[in-house]
Design a protein around this ligand. Structure first.
Ligand SMILES: NC(=O)c1ccc[n+]([C@@H]2O[C@H](COP(=O)([O-])OP(=O)(O)OC[C@H]3O[C@@H](n4cnc5c(N)ncnc54)[C@H](O)[C@@H]3O)[C@@H](O)[C@H]2O)c1
Length: 205
């Protein structure tokens, strides 16, 4: 099915993608205006440090949208990120430091993040990817339950398994132990990453 088809499905099911936009400047306001005419998507929150810009974008949205939406408007982007009425965040601020804070706060809520903010992408993008991957590995069943799906892990496992077989032992009990150790290690990594992230966020704010 095409992306447009999926959007039409969500529209028909009255289950639109609920978008929060941070930064209602040229790109943010333009994107908000576009979403007002796209089926299956609704803007539910807008944040800008210039409240007037956010208000103007919300009014323009409702002027051109067939369905009037109650849009949260605020100068504090955390309110949009943490809103139960928003499931995906768009960063359209263009400020690297602000983008880093938005990314961390979004990660903590486990919501999706879309970057128009290319400045944050080219500065701390690689670091952000590592943090998001670490968070995902905490909850993703493939890497969580089958750590040796990773080629590097498989190499290590087979090396140990060959030694075990040559020494005359069964490979079965090694597989079970390796499997259980993998789950424990992934779990600890997830908890530690989450705690460190929370600590750094508290120190930064
Ligand atoms: N303008 C373009 O043609 C274009 C094209 C492609 C990509 N982009 C990218 O899109 C992003 C936005 O560009 P733009 O041209 O819309 O910039 P802009 O300056 O017009 O808009 C940025 C908005 O973010 C707001 N903002 C700043 N700090 C904030 C904070 N802490 N909380 C909430 N809002 C905050 C500003 O008040 C402003 O309204 C940039 O990353 C840019 O590189 C722009």
């Amino acid at each position: 099915m095409t992306l447009y088809g999926k959007l039409l499905e969500r529209e028909a099911a009255n289950n639109p993608i609920k978008v929060g936009v941070i930064g209602a400047g040229q790109m943010g306001a333009g994107m908000i205006a576009q979403i007002s005419t796209i089926p299956g998507m609704e803007v539910r929150g807008i944040s800008d440090i210039q409240l007037e810009s956010a208000k103007r974008a919300a009014e323009a949205y409702n002027d051109s949208s067939a369905k009037k939406v109650d849009i949260q408007v605020t100068t504090d982007f955390k309110e949009v990120i943490e809103s139960d009425d928003v499931e995906i965040i768009v960063d359209a601020t263009g400020v690297p430091e602000v983008g880093a804070k938005i990314a961390l706060a979004t990660l903590m809520t486990k919501k999706h993040l879309v970057l128009l903010n290319v400045e944050v992408d080219i500065t701390i993008g690689p670091l952000m990817k590592k943090m998001y991957d670490a968070a995902v590995s905490m909850v993703h069943p493939v890497t969580g339950l089958f750590p040796y799906a990773n080629a590097g892990e498989l190499f290590v496992y087979l090396g140990i398994a060959n030694g075990v077989v040559e020494a005359g032992y069964s490979q079965g009990s090694l597989a079970v132990r390796y499997f259980l150790a993998g789950i424990v290690v992934i779990f600890i990594r997830g908890v530690v990453t989450e705690r460190i992230t929370k600590f750094l966020m508290k120190r930064a704010s």
